[in-house]
Write a protein that binds this ligand. Structure first.
Ligand code: 1PX
Length: 215
C-alpha cells in the first residue's frame, strides 16, 4: 500500500529521472538511473504484497549501486561508463563464474539493464493497447521476450503467477498518476523512446566489453 503522499508513484517523475541520467556526452549517471528504478519500485509496492519478492530484489540491487556511489570509490561510480572502466581496470568483476565479487557494480547493473528492456517492451504494449486488453498478457509477453531467458524456472513461475494479480488496464493507468488515459498514453509515448536510448547505450557499452553474460 502507499504509505504517504511522498511515497506515491508518478510516471512523470520516473521519466524525469531517466531523462536526467543522460549526460550531453550520452554517459549514464548512476544516481539518476537508480532514482528512476526507485520510483518504479514505489509503483510496484502500491500493487500489493504479491509483487514483494520482485520489489525486494530491485531494492537490493539499487542499494548495492548506491553503496558504491557513497563509498570512497564513489567518484568512479558516477556514470555507468566510469564504473565499467574502474571495475575492469581493477579486476573487480567476476567475468566467467561467480567468485570473490558476486555483487560487482557491473553485474548488478546488468540485472537492472535487462529489466529495463522488459519495462520498455511492457510500456510500449500498454501505450498501444485497447481498453479491454489484459495487462497480465502484455506483461507476460514482454517478460517472455526479455527477462525470462535470464531467470530460473522457479522465478519464471513465481513471476508468471504474480502477473495475474496486476490491475486491469484502467486501474493500472490510474496508479500511474498522470491524469486521463490520453495523458498516460502521451507520457508513455515519451517514456518508451527514452528508456530505449538508455538501454541501447548500456547494451553497446556492455557488448563492447563483453559483459552481457556476467554471472
Ligand atoms: C509504469 C509501469 C511501471 C511498472 C513498474 C514495475 C517496476 C518493476 C521493477 C522490476 C525490477 C525487476 C528487477 C529484476 C532483476 C533480476 O532479474 N533479478 C534476478 C536475477 O538476479 P541475481 O542477483 O539472482 O542474478 C532475480 O533472481 C530476481 C528475482 C525477483 C523476480 C524478478 C521478476 C521480474 C519480473 C519483472 C516484471 C515485474 C512486473 C511488475 C508489473 C508492473
Amino acid at each position: 500500500m502507499v504509505d504517504s503522499e511522498n511515497q506515491k508513484f508518478c510516471l512523470q517523475e520516473v521519466l524525469e529521472s531517466f531523462k536526467s541520467c543522460l549526460s550531453p556526452e550520452k554517459e549514464i549517471y548512476i544516481e539518476h538511473y537508480v532514482s528512476g528504478w526507485r520510483g518504479l519500485v514505489k509503483l510496484l509496492n502500491s500493487l500489493g504484497s504479491l509483487f514483494g519478492f520482485i520489489s525486494k530484489d530491485a531494492v537490493s540491487k539499487t542499494q548495492i549501486l548506491m553503496n558504491f556511489l557513497k563509498s570512497e570509490n564513489g567518484p568512479h561510480y558516477a556514470t555507468v561508463q566510469s564504473m565499467v572502466k574502474f571495475e575492469l581496470d581493477n579486476k573487480l568483476v567476476d567475468v566467467d563464474k561467480k567468485g570473490i565479487y558476486p555483487e560487482s557494480g557491473c553485474r548488478t547493473l546488468l540485472r537492472l539493464h535487462r529489466a529495463l528492456r522488459w519495462l520498455q517492451l511492457f510500456l510500449e504494449r500498454l501505450r498501444t493497447s485497447k481498453e479491454d486488453d489484459k495487462t497480465s498478457v502484455m506483461c507476460r509477453d514482454a517478460y517472455n521476450e526479455s527477462l525470462a531467458q535470464h531467470h530460473t524456472w522457479l522465478i519464471r513461475k513465481s513471476a508468471g503467477m504474480a502477473f495475474y494479480g496486476l490491475p486491469v488496464r484502467p486501474a493500472f493507468f490510474e496508479v500511474m498518476n498522470v491524469g486521463t488515459p490520453e495523458q498516460v498514453v502521451d507520457v508513455l509515448g515519451k517514456a518508451v523512446p527514452l528508456l530505449y536510448e538508455v538501454y541501447q547505450i548500456t547494451e553497446e557499452l556492455y557488448q563492447k566489453h563483453n559483459l552481457l553474460d556476467l554471472p
